[in-house]
Every structure is written in C-alpha cells, then in structure tokens.
Design a protein around this ligand. Structure first.
Ligand SMILES: NC(=O)c1ccc[n+]([C@@H]2O[C@H](COP(=O)([O-])OP(=O)(O)OC[C@H]3O[C@@H](n4cnc5c(N)ncnc54)[C@H](O)[C@@H]3O)[C@@H](O)[C@H]2O)c1
Length: 330
C-alpha cells in the first residue's frame, strides 16, 4: 500500500511517518520545508525502513505535483501540509489562502487525475463555534473564527462537495492540541521562527532561549484561572491515523469526521506544574492580560472516535512532559 504524506517532515507528519511500520506500507513524503528540515528525513529513514522517498515539492506548484503523481502509484493521501498560525493568518491572509486552500485545490485535482480516492485530512478544532461550557462534539455548530480556521473549513467544504463526483473515501480528523515528542528524543516540535503553541514555548525555556513563559490571563473560569485546552499526546493522535487507514482500506464509502483530543480540559498552570512534578524542572512564568478572543476552555468529547475508530488515548500529561523535556533538553 503506497501512502503519500504531504507535510510529512513537520511535527505531526514526522511522528506519523515514524509509526507507519506495518510491512505492507510504502511511504512517500512531500514537503516544501517551509517549517521543517531535511535532517528530519535522515532521522526518519533510520527509524522506519518503509520510507521510500522524500521530494521537496510545494503544493502551490501544480505542475511539479502532477509530474510527481505520474511517476508514483499512490493509494492514499494523508494531507498534513499547511500553515498553522492563527495570528500570522490575520496579518497575511493571501499567504494562508494561497498556501492552504489553493495548495489543497492543486492536490485534490491531481488526485482526481491520478484516480486516487482515499484521503485523510488534518483539520482543526478551529472550525468550531466558541462553546463556553461543555465538550465539543462533531455535530456542534461550525464557525469561522480566524483566517486559519477559514482555510481549514474551506478545505473541509471542498472535500464534502467533491466527494460525490470523485467518489472519494475520506476521514477528516479535527485535532485539538497535539503535544509531546517521540520517545527516542529525536523527533519533536521544532518550528522555524516564533512558536505558536504552548509546548514549543516551554521547549524554548528548557533550551534557555527564553527566560520565562508568558501566561495570558489568570481570571478565566477554570480551576486555577488560567486558560484550559485539550492537550493530546502526539502518539495518541498518530494512532487515530493508523485506525483511519485501517478503516479506509477495510470498508467502502467511508466519509467521516472525528474530533481528536484527550477529552479533558487542562490548564496552562497544570502544564507548568507537570514539568515540576515529573521532570523536576521549574518553569518561570509571568501573567499577561488575556488575549482577545481566547476562551476559558476548549476541549472535545471524543466518544465518536472511541466508538467508531476503536481508539483510546493511552497517554497523559506526565508522558507529554517527560517526552517534551527529553527532546528539548538533549
Ligand atoms: N500542531 C497543531 O497544534 C495542529 C492543530 C490542529 C491542526 N493542525 C494541522 O495539522 C497539520 C500538521 O501540523 P504540524 O503541527 O505538523 O505543522 P508543521 O508546520 O510542523 O508541519 C506542516 C508541514 O507542512 C509543510 N508545508 C506547509 N505548506 C506546504 C506546501 N504548500 N507544500 C508542501 N509542504 C508544505 C511544512 O514545511 C511543514 O513541514 C497542519 O495542516 C495543521 O494545520 C495542527
């Protein structure tokens, strides 16, 4: 089975590729290295013999994409390539529109030409309308809250609309907050430029690149006043892709959406404390005013993924802290 992972050298993509170890898989990666490094490919090749090649291709370049697909016989595409900063998406709308939406249009048109009818797409919790009090379910209201969220929702809509004419089998995974690193300490989240997420910020502190963590707001309606998110260990997140692959190859007419999160709301303070408790590492922090638009809590109800994908998150905050510390402290 030939699997193409777009964005396969990025944070989530590299962890996924490292775990696609079933002997029947042959893995191909394309990435434009916008937010990743070629050295990650060398690490992956050592971990997983199923990896058959990496090609530097930008999804915006349709001609290159078409040429690539002509030479390969791909059975399924796992589409992870994309820009992911909410704040940058506001200041650079065109960049996000071109990269995420037009990049995807090129990909789906190329898949159509090559008669590839299986797709897993990395979507995001950012497609949901803000919900104050309870866990988010897949059929909750959707709403555009950012340009980044707009690109994710638009890609989902294109998938929904095109799925009939393409006879596309797809699974859309709406990630909440992936966190943690590979147990070998060699793969982790290593963004170019300023990190967008909490854990890479903490990574900067572990690496002594930053002195303290900025904690935005301490008067949220949570148990300690700091904002709460649904941090899911990268291994558990990757596992939903392995289950999705099985499902797409076992059954026909699969057109499904799943939320992927641990199902709990975890505060920033709890994350900070986990490093003290499990790694004996004290994170210095300072409170800053709340950021506009940030909600008290965002977390998922993950029952649908548990039931249909037969999946369970196995790891916890301790595993996230330990693997993060190991990766950044090396
Ligand atoms: N990490 C998160 O918190 C999170 C949450 C929800 C959804 N997602 C989505 O999951 C996917 C993977 O996220 P990640 O955290 O691994 O991000 P990442 O930036 O580490 O990885 C994305 C990869 O895609 C590549 N890429 C970007 N644009 C490309 C293009 N036009 N052509 C080819 N390659 C391109 C980048 O170089 C990078 O290697 C993204 O689509 C992201 O929006 C991530």
């Amino acid at each position: 089975m030939n699997i193409l992972v777009t964005g396969g050298l990025g944070y989530i993509g590299s962890h996924l590729v490292s775990k696609l170890i079933d002997k029947k898989f042959s893995i191909f990666i394309i990435d434009n290295l916008n937010n990743s490094k070629r050295s990650t490919y060398k690490i992956l090749k050592k971990i997983n013999p199923n990896i058959k090649g990496f090609k530097k291709i930008d999804l915006k370049n349709k001609k290159k994409l078409l040429n690539y697909f002509k030479k390969k016989k791909i059975d399924i595409v796992i589409h992870m390539a994309g820009l992911k900063s909410v704040s940058e998406s506001y200041s650079n709308v065109k960049k996000y529109y071109n990269n995420n939406i037009l990049g995807f249009v090129n990909l789906i048109e190329t898949m159509q030409k090559s008669k590839i009818q299986k797709l897993i797409f990395s979507s995001s919790a950012s497609v949901y309308a803000p919900k104050i009090s309870s866990a988010i379910k897949e059929d909750d209201q959707l709403q555009i809250n950012s340009i980044y969220g707009f690109t994710k929702k638009t890609i989902e809509d294109i998938i929904f609309l095109k799925s009939k004419s393409l006879r596309l089998n797809y699974i859309i995974l709406r990630y909440f907050n992936p966190a943690g690193c590979h147990q070998n300490g060699l793969l982790g989240e290593n963004p170019k430029g300023t990190p967008n997420n909490l854990y890479p910020y903490i990574g900067d502190i572990i690496k002594k690149r930053r002195k303290y963590l900025k904690v935005y707001g301490n008067d949220y309606k949570t148990k300690d006043g700091t904002g709460a998110r649904d941090y899911i260990h990268i291994d558990d997140l990757v596992d939903t892709h392995l289950k999705s692959l099985q499902r797409l190859f076992k059954y026909k007419n699969i057109q499904e959406v799943f939320n992927v999160g641990c199902g709990k709301s975890i505060t920033v303070k709890a994350v900070i404390n986990s490093f003290k408790k499990f790694c004996n590492f004290k994170i210095k922090f300072k409170y800053y005013p709340r950021r506009y638009g940030d909600l008290d809590k965002i977390y998922t109800n993950n029952n649908k993924a548990k039931k249909i994908l037969q999946w369970r998150p196995e790891k916890n905050l301790k595993d996230i802290a330990l693997s993060t510390f190991k990766y950044y402290n090396k």
